[in-house]
Write a protein that binds this ligand. Sequence first.
Ligand SMILES: [Fe+2]
Ligand SMILES: [Fe+2]
Length: 222
Amino acid sequence: MPKIVTLKKILNNSYIQAYLKTADNNFAAIGYKEHGFRHAKFTSKFAGIVLDSLRYKARDGELARIAGYLHDIGNAISQTDHAQNGAVLVLDILEEIGLHYKDIFSIVGAIGSHEDKDVNPPDPIAAAVILGDKTDVHHTRVRSNDLSSMDKHGKVNYACQRAFLKVNRNPRVISLELTIDTKICPVMVYFEIFLDRIKLCQRASKVLNCEFVLYINGDKFL
Ligand SMILES: [Fe+2]
Ligand SMILES: [Fe+2]
């Protein structure tokens, strides 16, 4: 019998914990920034905040929190195609936990589409996951303090002292406010690395009938 499953049940699942731990270990091994429990929790939290703040149904918010938590689980297999791999991976787990098929397809669709650059996210849940995911830039994701060993991704994250996602319902505006230490990384490098992510956030905001606005160090860039 299908159940109404909440994020709490997902957090306690040992397979999911193992996949997330493996995904982060794989990234650590190749020197990439944090991609484990912290990033999963951040994405989950902000995906939920986006839909709750815009007064979507409570269940949509919870599905966004679940999909946000699971979105990068496919990195346990490989970074290449991790979105699609992750969607397939969680199918069986969610079925075993007992979610309703309608909920499973919402979650799987959001996970599978979260890196799609050329099309709009299929629904508000997928859009919220993208906003939670792509706005996670922060110095706490960097694994070392050694600037000389960091690639551009590492430097941009290391330089970001504050990232705040603000959701306004009237007028419908989603703002990302960043504080970047420009002694560590010029703002241009942020754009070089994050332009694709900004475009994804714009597409996602559009699906939610919102404008996406970006502030860096108090200046409005979008
Ligand atoms: Fe991803
Ligand atoms: Fe992610």
